[in-house]
Design a binder for this molecule. Structure first.
Ligand code: SF4
Ligand code: SF4
Ligand code: SF4
Length: 289
């Protein structure tokens, strides 16, 4: 743990709560397993000593800003999570005046699971080229000049792209056949905030209630498309999947396509909306002609 970072988080949280600037500070606290951290919701200045920060702080706390009933909250964010705030701002899901962003210059997080945490950095952190948040009100840490990446950010999808269509179909069918449709991937995602999710609609019924490979594939593919150009690659959906479906691989492929076709990366700005989340009435899609 970096005591300097923790002290700064606690001091800022205390100041914001004591002055009434915010009603709640969303940050991290030590988990009950004694090894990892978990999200914490601090409402009293006397509770700020609970706040911690270490390399197990993998959760994307931007998720908890959606539908928050309080007037104004502060949230501790890593740089990738900060891009999630920009996505929510651009999609008018949160108001800038109601969110105080405590941004942290980040050196990466390790894999975290029920059984504890790993030692090596997560893949996304190894490929990360943005260790300072793009949006913040208070910054903790010194932004350094980013090292020039030595590997492509799309390294993780290269192997899958090299496979034949039949091999890809076989691979994903095997993965999706494991899905138990628990929807943990959706619940943890800052971009999955629809009040009515397509998977629960009966009219039209996009996905049948039957749990089999075909219906599961439909669920996972449509969700991935809904997140295309909006997913900020926090990796939370894959982390919480109880059957270890590599959802990050799917998300990364779509992020790559959006980057190559639209030169767009999700969450770099609150002013620009995701290419696939917008359309002009004048657009001619060639449907029904
Ligand atoms: S992806 Fe980058 S910003 Fe996000 S946790 Fe890893 S190193 Fe930090
Ligand atoms: S978390 Fe995994 S098992 Fe649950 S719905 Fe998502 S893909 Fe399926
Ligand atoms: S789809 Fe997964 S990786 Fe992307 S923002 Fe949602 S939880 Fe994070």
């Amino acid at each position: 743990m970096d005591e300097n970072i923790i002290n700064q988080i606690r001091e800022k949280a205390k100041e914001l709560l004591s002055s009434g600037t915010v009603e709640c500070v969303i940050g991290y606290e030590a988990g009950t397993d004694g090894m990892t951290s978990r999200p914490a919701f601090i409402y009293e200045a006397s509770d700020v000593e609970r706040l911690v920060f270490d390399n197990t702080c993998t959760h994307n706390l931007a998720t908890y800003l959606i539908n928050k009933k309080t007037n104004k909250v502060a949230v501790v964010v890593k740089p990738c999570d900060a891009r999630g705030i920009n996505v929510l701002l651009s999609e008018r899901q949160i108001e800038r005046e109601k969110v105080y962003v405590i941004g942290i210059v980040c050196q990466g997080v390790v894999p975290v699971s029920w059984s504890g945490s790993g030692k090596d950095l997560q893949m996304r952190c190894k490929l990360c080229n943005q260790h300072a948040p793009v949006i913040y009100d208070f910054l903790i840490g010194e932004p350094a000049v980013e090292p020039v990446p030595t590997v492509s950010p799309w390294t993780s999808v290269a192997e899958m792209e090299s496979k034949s269509s039949a091999e890809k179909t076989d691979y994903w069918n095997k993965q999706f056949s494991k899905c138990i449709r628990c929807y943990a991937c959706r619940q943890v995602c800052m971009g999955c905030y629809c009040k009515e999710c397509f998977v629960e609609l009966l009219d039209p019924e996009w996905v049948g209630i039957k749990i089999d490979t075909s219906e599961n594939s439909m669920w996972n593919m449509i969700r991935a498309f809904h997140l295309s150009g909006r997913c900020i690659g926090c990796g939370e959906c894959a982390r919480v999947c109880p059957v270890d479906i590599p959802l990050g691989l799917l998300n990364m492929k779509l992020a790559k396509e959006v980057a190559e076709h639209f030169e767009y990366r999700a969450g770099l700005s609150a002013e620009v909306r995701a290419p696939l989340a917008t359309f002009n009435k004048e657009e001619n899609l060639g449907i029904g002609e």
